[in-house]
Ligand binder design. Structure first.
Ligand SMILES: [Fe+2]
Length: 161
């Protein structure tokens, strides 16, 4: 079975997403739609397994600490997915107007806030029992192995729930 440190990997994903979003914002400020779109595509691939792991495994495990607040986390994901989808639509264009570039940059900033909030869950995860943490590691590895990008997952497996 694949061994993975779920807390370290969780935070490492956040660092990658943070850097990608910052780079995306910079590209949008330069009105480079092609570059911003490429970065968003990479983020879509990276965060698909991450979101899936969160919703299927991490959030249910954290219910012991957070109770009904977990439902709010899932609602936050709805917002992130809608924002990512709107951004992806916008970045299909070759050129962006001033307003479109600004809108996409502010969407990317909204995603950045989510990354920052989500990383706080690491401090709670540390208090789970060893057995539970091992299970998180297995499920995180499985989500990565399945490798379904965010928008594809959101429009298929996530919808069926
Ligand atoms: Fe996260």
């Amino acid at each position: 079975m694949v061994k993975l440190d779920p807390i370290a990997e969780f935070r490492e994903d956040h660092r990658k997403v943070r850097d990608g979003l910052l780079e995306m914002i910079e590209s949008l400020n330069q009105k480079n739609a092609a570059k911003a779109g490429k970065i968003l595509g990479n983020l879509n691939t990276l965060v698909g397994p991450h979101f899936r792991y969160e919703e299927e495994t991490l959030y249910p495990a954290l219910r012991v600490f957070l109770g009904e607040y977990v439902d709010q986390l899932i609602k936050e994901h709805d917002g992130v997915i809608a924002t990512a989808l709107a951004c992806a639509e916008l970045l299909k264009k070759d050129t962006l107007s001033e307003k479109e570039a600004k809108d996409a940059a502010s969407a990317a900033r909204a995603l950045l806030i989510h990354v920052s909030n989500c990383d706080g869950l690491a401090i709670l995860s540390e208090r789970l029992k060893r057995k539970e943490i091992n299970n998180l590691g297995e499920k995180f590895a499985a989500a990565r192995k399945a490798g379904i990008p965010l928008l594809a997952w959101a429009q298929t497996i996530r919808k069926k729930k």
